[in-house]
Design a protein. Structure first.
Length: 552
């Protein structure tokens, strides 16, 4: 029996056209004695799961038997699907997991190297009284191993620690080559600012300080994008030239990109990964940071003490992280720097952007205007629907149009903030980069972006890659960014996007104040829900290392 498109849609009304097309295509190769309706349900679920960030789906016993009978995974036909244990993959994502697991296992098998004498370590990490120095332990691990994962929340000193690690490595070998990278331009800029700010306080010679690079690049730029293909210039056959590669905000790095990064390391190179395992996983498939911390605890160090992230925001973030729903809701009602939004949301947002628009109209310095815009950001859980990114951006623009600040009859107007939503390596603009449309010295409207090194990059509106207005952005897109104040907007009803990781990520974007627009039921339900991505990377790593795993 062949299922037509409308029949598949009737059986799975929530699936995408792409899911239906994938299921319809794969059903052509299914053996005739296998129930087609059950098979198409599995195939639809697999395609939809990949779009939601899962590397695979888990099958029950009956489904596993059916897949084995289908002929899709028996090796006699093109292997578009892979069955491993009770996990069903599209071949590409299984291959990424398999290759990355093998690569990482090779890195961690290398015998530990030498650690400097205690007197040298204590110069960088003075002894603490009655307190564990988690940063020192992380540094010792990084000096010993070729792979080190440093996880920690805001203000725990991940960047400070890694700068000290680089100085210690340079004391051991003065001619090391070092690369610093992050998934997005915004994250790269933040890492660069932290590195530049940390170097003057290092207890080492000026020569070593000067050898620590200050330039931070995006991962796509580091590897060398080759648009429009998914390939990079640097790979196993043309490795990166660096002895040490440091990557920040690793929770944002998806399975495919991490596999390609590790593949491009030159033999003997060290890889140091920084991130917050409590944050959201990448937009694309995989939960790499969480999987690595689970599979490689001996190569992972969590920094537990926050040095600057204190007060009300930390109290709320900790309650969310620990899934203490009542405590988190209570914090919104009783603390000063975090709270439920009490006034009309449109009036509140207009008030928060008033200083920004005053600068735009006055024609102030571009750098000053960019700083003003970054003081406040609306963060939404969803892209579409009521109280979504699309809805909030529309409402904000309509408000300013009524006030006469902008003319919505024109696509481009002075003050319009935009986010790039596709990678364009030729223009050095990448998904997630944020720019402001402002007049230049001649009055020509340009879109200004801040590079990681602080330089301004300008682009004519007509040359812009695909982008969207971003007074409001999704919480996912805000990762790697930091704002003085944020407004987190949640929908009126619970949906699959909402989780404690989503709320934690939104709250920890704020440095001074976090406001929340949400109902009690939705907020508490989100805090109680932990996002679990389905994948086999952790299991594969442990298999390659010959370790027992609880995963089946």
């Amino acid at each position: 029996m062949e299922l037509k498109c409308d029949e598949i849609h009737r059986l799975e009304p929530g699936c995408r056209r792409l899911d239906r097309a994938f299921a319809r295509f794969m059903l052509q190769f299914v053996d005739s004695d296998v129930p087609k309706e059950t098979m198409q349900a599995i195939l639809l679920r697999l395609s939809a799961a990949q779009a939601e960030g899962h590397s695979c789906i888990q099958l029950n016993t009956e489904e596993k038997i059916l897949i084995e009978r289908s002929g899709l995974v028996d090796g006699k036909k093109p292997k578009a699907l892979i069955l491993e244990q009770n996990r069903l993959y599209m071949q590409r994502y299984w291959a990424y997991e398999q290759r990355l697991a093998a690569q990482l296992a090779e890195l961690v098998r290398v015998p530990p190297g030498d650690v400097p004498e205690d007197v040298i370590l204590e110069r960088y990490f003075p002894a603490l009284i009655d307190e564990v120095d988690w940063q020192k332990i992380a540094a010792e691990n990084a000096l010993k191993h070729r792979l080190t994962i440093i996880s920690g929340g805001p203000g725990t000193g991940k960047t400070t620690t890694v700068v000290k690690i680089l100085a210690l490595l340079l004391e051991q070998c003065a001619d090391l080559t070092i690369a610093l990278a992050a998934p997005t331009g915004k994250a790269a800029m933040r890492l660069q600012e932290s590195v530049v700010g940390s170097k003057p306080f290092l207890p080492c010679t000026d020569a070593i300080k000067q050898s620590i690079p200050e330039q931070v690049t995006t991962l796509h730029h580091l590897l060398g994008s080759r648009p429009p293909t998914p390939y990079f210039w640097h790979d196993a056959d043309n490795p990166l030239p660096y002895d040490v590669v440091v990557v920040d905000e690793v929770s944002m790095v998806d399975l495919a990109l991490m596999s390609k990064l590790v593949d491009a390391l030159k033999p003997g190179a060290k890889l140091i990964l920084l991130g917050d395992k409590e944050q959201l996983s990448s937009v694309e498939a995989g939960s790499v940071l969480a999987d690595l911390t689970e599979a490689l605890p001996e190569h992972t160090q969590e920094l537990l003490k926050s040095h600057r992230f204190q007060g009300d925001i930390k109290t709320l973030a900790e309650a969310i992280k620990c899934q203490q729903a009542r405590e988190a809701w209570g914090a919104l009602q009783n603390l000063d720097s975090v709270g439920l939004l009490q006034q009309d949301v449109d009036d509140f947002v207009q008030e928060k952007y008033t200083a920004y628009w005053r600068l735009v109209k006055r024609g102030g310095d571009v750098g000053e205007i960019l700083q003003a815009f970054n003081r406040f950001q609306v963060l939404c859980a969803n892209r579409y629907g009521p109280l979504s990114v699309q809805d909030m951006n529309y409402r904000i623009e309509k408000t300013w149009h009524r006030e006469g600040a902008i003319d919505l009859r024109r696509q481009w107007y002075a003050g319009r903030p935009v986010m790039v939503v596709e990678n364009n390596a030729r223009m050095q603009l990448f998904n997630g980069d944020i720019g402001l449309c402002l007049p230049d010295d001649e009055g020509q409207l340009m879109i200004f972006f801040v590079r990681a090194d602080g330089r301004l990059h300008r682009v004519l509106p007509g040359r812009m890659p695909q982008c969207q207005t971003c007074y409001a952005m999704t919480i996912h897109k805000s990762q790697g960014s930091e704002f003085a104040e944020v407004l987190m907007v949640l929908p009126d009803e619970m949906n699959p996007v909402l989780s404690k990781e989503l709320l934690y990520t939104a709250v920890t974007r704020a440095k001074q104040a976090a406001y929340v627009l949400a109902t009690e039921d939705v907020f508490e339900a989100a805090v109680k829900r932990k996002m679990q991505r389905v994948g086999g990377l952790s299991w594969k790593i442990r298999q390659h290392l010959g370790l027992k795993s609880a995963m089946s």
